[in-house]
Design a protein around this ligand. Structure first.
Ligand SMILES: [Zn+2]
Length: 222
């Protein structure tokens, strides 16, 4: 928000410079000639300050279209929370949350940035970044209509490969990333138990009752 205000201020400076070259400014008899270096500078600053916001808007739009696709075309609207949004969020402690009635997915700060980082270097994905990919798929599954956490998480585990590919990760890396999440982080949840245990089921495995037998499942053998 502050960035946008700064950007608007520089746009206003540019507007004032152009206006003064057409209409005489107060106290002057004639319009003053336009200063091209000044105009270029304020326009460049306006663009620079607008960039983070425009980039976040673009990323939210990109995630929304991909989440909609993952949710079998139930419309999803992804919002990347800023630190301020997170403070005001009633579900502040959850990394993400989704409402299947409105299609809204809220992602807490700084998880969108972590996801962006993952997409820049998927081959060097950290455990945290893979977790982030899974949260994105998990929330999309809520939009698809599932609210039971263990089932939602298992649907996500089976679709993380599809999700990574939709987000632009190359095929082989997407498969490896999705399997790494399933074999390491997911299984860890079962061992930790408690809150984490609610997201885990030993039935979430190839051939077990939660296997949806998706042709492009994370664990399907090609
Ligand atoms: Zn959930």
């Amino acid at each position: 928000m502050l960035w946008i205000l700064a950007s608007l201020f520089f746009l206003w400076c540019a507007y004032r410079e152009i206006r003064n070259s057409v209409v005489a400014p107060p106290g002057f008899d004639a319009p003053s000639p336009i200063s091209k270096p000044y105009l270029a500078m304020v326009l460049a600053l306006a663009l620079l300050f607008a960039w983070p916001t425009v980039h976040t808007w673009y990323f939210q739009w990109f995630l929304s279209t991909k989440a909609t696709e993952l949710a079998d075309h139930h419309r999803a609207i992804v919002h990347c929370n800023t630190t301020f949004d997170t403070m005001l969020d009633t579900e502040m402690l959850a990394a993400g949350h989704a409402n299947p009635r409105t299609g809204k997915i809220g992602i807490q700060h700084p998880w969108c940035d972590i996801l962006m980082g993952y997409l820049r270097h998927p081959r060097r994905a950290s455990e945290k970044e893979l977790e982030r990919l899974d949260i994105f798929t998990h929330e999309s599954m809520h939009i698809r209509g599932e609210m039971n956490e263990a089932l939602t998480e298992c649907e996500a585990v089976q679709r993380n490969y599809r999700a990574a590919k939709l987000l632009g990760v190359p095929d082989v890396t997407a498969k490896k990333n999705a399997l790494d999440y399933y074999n390491v982080a997911y299984r860890q949840r079962g061992r930790i138990g408690g809150m984490q245990g609610a997201y885990y089921s030993d039935q979430c495995a190839p051939g077990k009752s939660m296997d949806e037998h998706l042709p492009d499942s994370t664990w399907a053998t090609p």
